[in-house]
Design a protein around this ligand. Structure first.
Ligand SMILES: [Zn+2]
Length: 260
């Protein structure tokens, strides 16, 4: 969230027609967001092979992994897998992991995403499901309550509180039942390869750093061009003053000659 005092810069390519007029702005190639004096730079990089990537100065992707434990100070009380159901007695797939925690403990969104389900969901009790991109979803069950204002379609950031630990639905005591769903199927949150930061290495990193150098040089040149323009306008005023004008107005009111 932005709270004022931040600086946001974008550099983009523009297309010019034969007369040199800009006809279209396109392709953002660089952005910089300065918050609290710290600049977070993001380079839009299209590698020789593969999709467009959004990388920081060091060639690291900014997509963060899903959290394995979306709750603080909790202990793992039941793992993913087949087990004897404590209430029903028969063997059943436990499709998530359980974290025992005090009632009211905040539950966090495991990653950036959109809420696709929120409300009472049978044996899950108070339940939230969040979609993170096209492959992964996470689900949180047995909550005592949801964070106020959340609804289907709400955007959440990793670490945002979405609700609080409870024992709603079919539950033996206060805990979070947490599921990671990959392409529609529950998988073991502790075992799967979670979406990780995409960091460039080796030759790929070298190619990116060369690209970055070019972008930085163009950005610096752009800054100098703006500076020259500013100095140019100052000089125009000075030359006006020398000719008896200041800011386009004659300094001597009796002088009726036009200023430019
Ligand atoms: Zn469970």
């Amino acid at each position: 969230d932005l709270h004022g005092g931040e600086k946001f810069q974008i550099m983009y390519r523009s297309q010019k027609d034969e007369a040199g007029r800009i006809v279209r702005h396109s392709d953002i190639v660089y952005t910089s967001l300065t918050v609290g004096g710290k600049a977070r730079k993001l380079y839009v990089y299209e590698p020789p092979k593969g999709p467009v990537q959004y990388l920081n100065e060091r060639g690291q992707g900014n997509r963060r992994a899903l959290m394995k434990t979306p709750i603080d100070g909790a202990r793992l009380t039941s793992r993913f897998g087949y087990r004897k159901h404590p209430l029903l007695g028969f063997t059943k797939l436990h499709a998530g992991v359980d974290f025992g925690a005090r009632p009211g403990t905040p539950i966090y969104a495991a990653g950036d995403g959109t809420i696709v389900k929120i409300g009472w969901f049978g044996t899950y009790g108070r339940y939230i499901r969040i979609r993170h991109g096209s492959v992964y979803e996470t689900a949180y069950a047995h909550m005592s309550r949801f964070r106020r204002g959340l609804r289907v379609g709400s955007r959440v950031k990793q670490g945002d509180t979405v609700g609080y630990v409870g024992s709603s639905g079919r539950s033996t005591g206060p805990h979070l039942h947490y599921e990671v769903i990959r392409n529609g199927r529950q998988v073991n949150p502790m075992k799967i390869a979670l979406p990780s930061r995409k960091n460039l290495k080796g030759r790929e990193l070298k190619q990116f750093l060369a690209h970055r150098k070019e972008i930085d040089a163009r950005y610096a040149a752009l800054g100098k061009a703006n500076e020259r323009q500013r100095q140019g306008s100052v000089q125009t005023v000075r030359s006006d003053a020398a000719a008896g004008c200041r800011n386009g107005v004659r300094t001597d009111p009796k002088d009726t000659r036009p200023c430019n």
